[in-house]
Each structure stands twice: as structure tokens, then as C-alpha cells.
Design a protein. Structure first.
Lengths: 449, 491
């Protein structure tokens, strides 16, 4: 058994002797005696062999995407990760470093964050991006708080077509802040009901918050929505899928004021929902209201280029209760993975991933919709689409699983009007064989009734 | 020579990836919605690997040297953690998979909740917060929910000691609380008289770090708890310094009602250069109803439900403050914390705390007399000196920090806590040897001597790094936060 501790009994004796202290226990005399050494009912220590065996056993109780075709998305995605990404992330110089508070010995982390910020700006079309937030959900929540600070207004309109959990996290984050949240209905085709948005928008609204592609996979008309929001002085907050931005217009080019998103698709596995990566970008004029860390370029006394954490007076360790956010640790290593991913996929690769996902998803949607009993609902989509199933979604998923296929996301609980519908996701990881197999099994399910 | 940026490398037409050909018929793309250009780099895989490998070599890290950064617990990160966390059964599982297909993941989470409850003495645990500050926000929202449920809307203030980490007041403010600062007493404890004066019906609770950021155990903790609880308040304990107390004391038995742990500090999951972390938050039974949704639960054997879903995600919690993140927290981090706990067990955890505290006291003892010690009593896992003697000679704490870099060490945390002038906060952790501690002590003593004899020499540090001290004022005045091109390399 190892606690990774180098001190031997002799070392300890030497140290205690130097200090003139009789025993290590004496150092804890300050703790009330009746509370000291409570005893911990924990399993006994294990060797490395035993821990690895134990963990492998737990891992093998899970059905993983290496062995099962998967058609789940809904906020966490199975995209290709080039081997180089993990190779870099596993370097001890990156993953055993702390937040880069001492820039002279942290140029590796600082430079990679600056590159990450630059590429997030490129992807989103925005002026500035931060070093990351926890995930897409908290990035959206922080965008809501930031919009309230910028506009000094305390009502947020959020599209019902955006991620249900993200909307809940927004409510969690704003519950003590005197901010009111209203949801904007969905229209027939699955996108936000723009006339309802227009109805709710007035000069008390801080931001209109939408997701594109939305939770149901559909594409929103951002140009129209930004016009509506800006007409009353509200900000437009857009939550994005960064892979979609390989193909579609950047929200920054469609007048979005804050762009957030879940960045896990950029080089990190689903990992049962975490670690994730919160993307956060905004306009330069709102920079000082932005949450989170920022890295800036500067020089040393000899004029050599270097990078530092900057604009820290926005942050908690300087401003304390007046900070723009309480965030300190973020998802730095996941952001590094995203930077490596964007670097290696580059201009052509990300577009190709997006196109492969688009075409395969459309092929799957057409194939499924052609099976009697199944119907594709809603309008234009990217890589996720809604299918009404002939038997209940849970039965469909159960039967798919009998064949080793991980089916779609059951919309019943979150969208009562879409009871009996599944949200399928298809990416470049799904082969034609897998898609044809899915369609085949769905057909059998319909026939069996 | 500095490493060029990604944007200064590569060439149009280069690619670093390979993807399969489209194996299905193409569908029509919505042409009016497509972007014209995507200004990302064009590099080969070899260029990308070389670039990031070179960048990594510009970092100081635990793997390369002693990193005594106070309050950050930069202990050694076991390599086995990296291996087990990458099993496909952990990384390649989707958060919306049916519970029956992820029983191993849920079992791990359930057991981790149980172990953390045991260690903290607080029976209900949420693994959902992904960082320390996230745990603070979660915990303070729980405290708020508790008071609202009792109709005590008048409790709008939170007391925060002057020694607290900046996230504490910031987290309280994000819950809508007014923050009142509590001063420390002569021995570095919370001033009990001041607490007694301030703690009334308008106060929701006290946020406290124990051991505090001076590395000192709150000597009057039981009295503090009695005052706060006696007047209807709750105690939030910041568990950032839990490394000192593993197996030594349970915060729940010392009066804490809510506590967050930093899995990336105490449980060595590592820090990752600033995350991903884990901010597991533990609460009393009384507060468990308010935990974020979902919590991992276990069905009793012999229940009516199918056996293949023994472990499940419990969303049915009407009192919950709501979810605090998109899924269930940083699962990958939980795997590492679990591996650490199973490796160490109770005896190993207690050894961790004992050696962490021994090492910190050894440094405190060896540097006493060389640097001012504002609170001269034995510490727990870290010790805080003041550089004020050296500052009078014109050598400030920042200069001491930079000189340490040239001598091969990562500097301690500097200028924190705020209630110590010219603070130097040193946390050696349990994974460093006496030889390393002695070398660090020798370096610190050398700098103290240099401050007297050759202050100019110290002021010019660091000299061994790829860049010298950087112009932070200039960086903030004219922020350059992304590559615009045309900033060619100097030299």
C-alpha cells in the first residue's frame, strides 16, 4: 500500500526532533480532543493491481459506445477525437500544473489558452472569448447574469426550444438575484415562436436567449431574432453547438451579443456527462462585464512576447463580492483538448465533420421516416431530428437495446406535446451499416407492434 | 526564442486529420445558412504535436518540480488515475443512456458519495458541482433555500472572515446575499466577540474555511458553531483545506452544515492547469432535501423494481435548488477520486493529513527567524509568512517569488490571505520528501540573505525563464485577447 508519501519513520523522527515536538499527534492538539480521530468506516487500502481490477470491473458494467452504435445526443455528443488530442492532454506538464498565476513558468498553459480564445472567436464570429466556463448550461446561466449587468434589466426570455436542463440551471443560478425568467413558446416547425418573442420583448428585458441548432435539432432564424431583441435594447444570447459552426454562419455575423455553448464535442468524449467545456464569447464593448478568466498578449522588459492572465479586476480574487462571477477553476484541460482538436482538424476538418454529420443524419431521418408508422416532425435540422414512433419511445429504445443499439432521447417528459417522440442524433461516428441496422430494427418494431 | 503561435505556423491546404468518405447519399445543404469561411489553422499532425509539446515544456508542473502553492494542495498525481479514468466503460458512455446500461458508473458515484459523507461527517452528498466555487454557490443556495422554507426571509447577510478566499464573498453575492466581513483576532482565529455582535436575525450564516487560509485551525470552532446555530444561522465550511483533516476530524462534527470538497486538490485528481475539478458538496440530513438534482440513489434489495437498476438517478426531489450543471458533474474526475480513496483507505488518508501537517510545520520551523511570522503558532497543512522585513529593504514578496523560480521552485501563493501584508503562503503537501523541503528552505534562506546584501539581484529575477516579468499593466490597458495577425515575433 502506498500513500505516495516519501517520509520514512526516520525522516519523521528527524523532522520532529528539529522542531522540538514529541509526536505528529501533538500537532493536532489544537483540535478539540473529543472530536479528534473519529474513525472512518471506509474500505481498506488496495494495491494498484487491485484498484485497477476493481475499476475495470465497474467500467465493464457499463455499455460503452466503442461496442454499441449510439443515436443519443441532446447536449452530449459522440464525435471523432484524433489520437493526438489525448496524447497532448496526457502530458504531465499540462495536467499537473495549476492555474497560470506565475506567467514566467506558465507560458505553455497561457499560450494555449490564448490560442483557444482566438479559435473560439473564429468559430463564433465574436470579438472576445474567455478561457472557459464549467459547461454549456452554466455558460448560459452566466450569460443571463451578464446580460442583466450590462442592461441593468432583470427579465430574461429563454426559448422553450433550448436545452431543458440548461434552462433549469439558468433558474438555479438566478434564483437569488431577483431576475425573472419567461419562456418563449415553440412554433409548429420546432423553432422559436418569433411572434411570441416579439410580444414578450419590451424595455424591461435584458436578453433573448436562444439555442441554435435548438434542443430539437432545428435551425433558428438568428438574424430575425437579433432584430427583435435589439429593437427594445435587449441582448441576443445564442447557445451553439461548435460542430455546427463548422458549416453554418457564425452567430457573431448575425448580430449576437453573447455566444455560449457546450464545447465537449471539440475533442472530448461524452464521459457520462462530464468533464464538459463551457464556451463563452461576447462583444468587446461588454468585455468588462464578462465572467471568467482571460489571457492577453503582452511583452517583457526586453520586448519579448508573452501571455498573462489579464483584466483580473473583474474576478473574485480581486473584487470579492463585487466580481462579475465567482468562477475560479474552470475547465482548462478540456479547453486545451479543444484547442488541439481545432488545430488538428482545422479549417477543412471541422467543416467535413459537420457535413458528414449533416448528410448521415438526413440519410437516417429519411430512412426512418420511410418506415410505415414513423414520422419525422418539425423543420430543417442539422444532426438531430424528432421522430414520432408507432409504439412508445421507451418500448422502442428497449427493443433497440435488445439488439445492442443505444436509441434516441425520449422527449415525453420534457415536451408533453411531443409525447411518443424520440430525438435521434447522428454524427460522423455512425456508419451507413449502423444507420441501416437502426432502420431495420425500427421496422421490425413497427411490424411487431 | 518563443514558440510561434498556431496561427503563425502551417500553410493553406495542409491538414492534420483523416476522416472517412461519405458513405451515404449527400443531402441538399441549406445554402443561405452556410458560412463562407472558417478561419482556423491549417496544420499537419506533426506540426500540432510539436507545437503543443514545446508549449508544455514552458510550464512548471508537479511532475517537474516542487509546487508549494498555498491552499492549492499541489500534491503528486498518481499515474494510475489517468489510466483507469480512460477505460472506455467510463469515457465512452453517454449521460442519457438507460440506467440499466451504466450501473458501474452509478455504483461508483453512489459509493463515492458515501465515502465523502463518511470523511466529512455530513451524510448527504452531491457530486454535481464541478469546482470549489461551484460547490460554494451550490451550498449557499442550499442555505438560502433552508431559510426560505422556514419563512426567514429577513436573513439577507452572510458573514465572511477577512482571511477567506475571494470565491466565498463572490459566491454569497451570486445568491443575492449582502456580505459582511469578519475580522480575525490576534491569533488568526475568527474574532468571537465580533461574531457575537454581528450574528443576529439578519444573518443567514457564516462562511468559514477550517483550517483557515492562514493554515490555522479555528481554536474556538465549537463556540463559533454554538453562536451561529443558537441564533438560527448555518455554517458553510470551505473544504479547500481538507487535506489537513482527513481522518483527523470531521467538519460535520465540528459544526459545519454544508461543506464542499475540492476533488482536484485533496483527492489528487489533478488540477489540470485550472480544471476540470470536482466540487462535491456535503450537507446535513436536515439540508439534504435541497441538494441539486439528480442525486445517485440505491434501491433496497428485494424492492419491486427490476434488479438491473439497483443504482439510479433520483430526480424526485421537490425541495431541490435545481440542477447546477448540465448533467451529473465531472464524472471523469470522480473516477480518479474514487481510485485515490480505494488506494488509500482510512489508514492512508490519515497518513496523508499527518505528513502534510508535519511537512508544513517543518518548513514553518526552518524559516522562522528568516521571514516574519505574523501568527506564530503551529500550523496545519500550510504556513503563512510575511515578507514585510524584506519589503523594507526594497525586496517585495513578488520579488521573492520570482527569485524562487530561478532557484528551481514554483513560488508559494503570494499576497494572500489579504489580512497578512506581503503574504507568502506555503503548502508543501505530504508527497514531498525532507530533501526537497530542505532544498526549498535553503533557497528561501538564501533569498532572505540576498535581500539584505544584494537586493538588486533579487529584483531582476527571474532570469532563467523563456520570458522575464511581463507587462501586466500594459496587457490590461490595451487588451489583446486574440490573434489579429501582424504581431510578428520579436528577435
Amino acid at each position: 500500500m502506498s500513500s505516495y508519501i516519501p517520509n520514512t519513520a526516520a525522516d519523521r523522527a528527524r523532522m520532529l526532533d528539529a522542531m522540538g515536538v514529541d509526536s505528529v499527534e501533538e500537532l493536532f492538539d489544537v483540535i478539540p480532543a473529543e472530536k479528534r480521530y473519529p474513525g472512518l468506516a471506509l474500505p481498506g487500502p488496495l494495491s494498484e493491481i487491485e484498484v485497477r481490477r476493481l475499476l475495470r470491473g465497474l467500467a465493464e458494467k457499463n455499455a460503452d459506445l466503442d461496442h454499441h452504435p449510439c443515436f443519443l445526443g441532446a447536449g452530449s455528443y459522440h464525435h471523432f477525437i484524433p489520437s493526438v488530442v489525448d496524447h497532448i492532454v496526457r502530458r504531465g506538464e499540462f495536467y499537473t500544473a495549476y492555474t497560470p498565476y506565475q506567467p514566467e513558468v506558465s507560458q505553455g498553459t497561457l499560450t494555449s489558452i490564448y490560442e483557444f480564445q482566438t479559435m473560439v472567436c473564429a468559430l463564433t464570429g465574436m470579438d472576445v472569448a474567455n478561457a472557459s466556463m464549467y459547461d454549456g448550461a452554466t455558460a448560459l446561466a452566466e450569460a443571463g447574469l451578464m446580460a442583466a449587468r450590462v442592461t441593468r434589466r432583470y427579465r430574461l426570455l429563454v426559448a422553450a426550444s433550448s436545452h431543458p436542463t440548461h434552462r433549469r440551471v439558468l433558474r438555479t443560478y438566478t434564483q437569488g438575484m431577483g431576475i425573472e425568467i419567461q419562456e418563449v413558446r415553440r412554433s409548429e416547425d420546432g423553432s422559436i415562436d418569433a411572434s411570441h418573442a416579439e410580444e414578450l420583448l419590451d424595455d424591461g428585458v435584458a436578453a433573448l436567449m436562444v439555442q441554435n441548432p435548438n434542443f430539437l435539432g432545428c435551425l433558428e432564424d438568428l438574424a430575425l431574432l437579433s432584430d427583435l431583441a435589439h429593437a427594445v435594447g435587449a441582448l441576443l444570447v445564442v447557445s451553439v453547438d461548435p460542430v455546427a459552426l463548422g458549416l453554418f454562419k457564425a452567430p457573431g455575423d448575425l448580430s449576437a451579443d453573447i455566444v455560449v455553448g457546450e464545447g465537449q464535442s471539440l475533442g472530448s468524449p461524452p464521459s457520462y456527462g462530464g468533464p464538459c467545456l463551457g464556451l463563452f464569447a461576447c462583444r468587446e464593448k461588454h468585455l468588462r462585464q464578462m465572467p471568467g478568466r482571460l489571457v492577453g498578449m503582452t511583452t517583457d522588459a526586453k520586448g519579448r512576447r508573452g501571455f498573462v492572465l489579464t483584466l483580473q479586476p473583474r474576478e473574485q480574487h480581486i473584487r470579492r463580492e463585487k466580481a462579475t462571477s465567482n468562477i475560479c477553476s474552470n475547465e482548462a484541460l478540456v479547453a486545451l483538448a479543444a484547442a488541439v482538436y481545432m488545430a488538428v482538424m482545422g479549417k477543412q476538418g471541422l467543416r467535413q465533420v459537420a457535413e458528414l454529420s449533416y448528410h448521415k443524419a438526413h440519410y437516417a431521418a429519411e430512412g426512418i421516416a420511410a418506415v410505415p408508422g414513423y414520422e419525422r416532425l418539425l423543420g430543417a435540422f442539422f444532426k438531430e431530428f424528432v421522430i414520432r414512433t408507432p409504439v412508445s419511445p421507451s418500448v422502442v429504445n428497449g427493443r433497440l437495446w435488445d439488439r445492442g443499439i443505444i436509441g434516441g432521447y425520449d422527449l415525453t417528459a420534457e415536451y408533453p406535446d411531443l409525447t411518443g417522440c424520440l430525438l435521434f442524433c447522428v454524427t460522423e461516428m455512425n456508419t451507413k451499416n449502423e444507420i441501416d441496422g437502426l432502420v431495420e430494427v425500427l421496422k421490425e418494431i413497427a411490424e411487431e407492434g | 526564442m518563443m514558440q510561434p503561435l498556431l496561427f503563425e505556423l502551417g500553410s493553406p491546404g495542409r491538414a492534420g486529420y483523416s476522416l472517412p468518405e461519405l458513405d451515404v447519399p449527400a443531402s441538399g445543404l441549406p445554402l443561405d445558412l452556410l458560412r463562407e469561411e472558417l478561419p482556423l489553422p491549417e496544420l499537419t499532425e506533426r506540426e500540432v504535436v510539436q507545437h503543443f509539446t514545446r508549449l508544455s515544456q514552458l510550464n512548471f508542473s508537479v511532475d517537474t518540480g516542487f509546487y508549494p502553492l498555498g491552499s492549492c494542495t499541489m500534491k503528486y498525481n498518481p499515474k494510475m488515475h489517468e489510466e483507469v479514468a480512460r477505460y472506455a466503460g467510463f469515457t465512452q458512455i453517454h449521460p442519457w443512456q438507460h440506467e440499466s446500461t451504466v450501473q458501474g458508473a452509478l455504483q461508483l458515484m453512489y459509493e463515492l458519495q458515501k465515502y465523502l459523507a463518511e470523511i466529512t461527517g455530513l451524510p448527504a452528498v452531491s457530486l454535481e458541482p464541478v469546482a470549489g466555487a461551484h460547490g460554494e454557490l451550490t451550498g449557499m443556495l442550499i442555505i438560502r433555500a433552508h431559510h426560505l422554507a422556514r419563512g426567514e426571509e429577513s436573513r439577507t447577510t452572510v458573514l465572511v472572515p477577512d482571511s477567506a478566499h475571494g470565491t466565498n464573498p463572490a459566491s454569497a453575492a451570486m445568491c443575492g446575499y449582502r456580505v459582511a466581513t469578519l475580522l480575525s483576532d490576534q491569533r488568526g482565529n475568527i474574532d468571537v466577540c465580533e461574531l457575537d455582535r454581528l450574528m443576529d436575525q439578519s444573518v443567514a450564516g457564516l462562511m468559514l474555511t477550517n483550517p483557515n487560509t492562514l493554515g490555522l485551525f479555528e481554536e474556538h470552532i465549537l463556540q463559533v458553531a454554538e453562536i451561529v446555530h443558537g441564533r438560527g444561522g448555518l455554517i458553510y465550511c470551505d473544504g479547500a483545506n481538507m487535506n489537513a483533516l482527513l481522518g483527523i476530524a470531521k467538519p460535520g462534527e465540528l459544526g459545519a452544515d454544508v461543506l464542499h470538497l475540492n476533488l482536484h486538490k485533496t483527492f489528487s485528481t489533478p488540477h489540470g492547469g485550472g480544471g476540470p475539478g470536482g466540487g462535491a458538496t456535503a450537507v446535513t440530513d436536515e439540508l439534504s432535501a435541497f441538494l441539486p438534482t439528480p442525486v445517485v440513489a440505491c434501491r433496497e434489495p428485494g424492492g419491486a423494481d427490476a434488479q438491473d437498476v439497483k443504482y439510479y438517478l433520483d430526480y424526485d426531489r421537490p425541495g431541490s435548488i435545481g440542477p447546477v450543471s448540465g448533467f451529473y458533474g465531472n464524472f471523469g474526475v470522480m473516477v480518479k477520486a474514487y481510485a485515490y480513496l480505494r488506494s488509500l483507505g482510512e489508514s492512508g488518508l490519515r497518513e496523508v493529513a499527518e505528513n502534510a501537517v508535519l511537512n508544513a510545520n517543518y518548513i514553518l520551523h526552518q524559516l522562522r527567524g528568516y521571514y516574519d511570522l505574523p501568527y506564530d503558532r503551529s500550523c496545519l497543512h500550510e504556513c503563512v509568512f510575511s515578507g514585510k522585513v524584506q519589503a523594507k529593504l526594497g525586496v517585495h514578496t513578488l520579488d521573492i517569488a520570482k527569485r524562487l523560480i530561478d532557484l528551481g521552485f514554483h513560488p508559494p501563493t503570494v499576497y494572500f490571505p489579504l489580512n497578512v501584508d506581503e503574504a507568502l503562503m506555503i503548502e508543501p503537501t505530504e508527497t514531498e520528501s525532507i530533501a526537497t523541503l530542505d532544498a526549498f528552505v535553503a533557497a528561501m534562506r538564501q533569498i532572505a540573505v540576498e535581500a539584505e546584501r544584494d537586493p538588486e539581484g533579487v529584483l531582476g529575477a527571474p532570469r532563467t525563464t523563456p520570458v522575464g516579468r511581463l507587462d501586466e499593466v500594459g496587457a490590461a490597458r490595451k487588451p489583446n485577447l486574440r490573434w489579429h495577425g501582424n504581431h510578428l515575433l520579436e528577435e
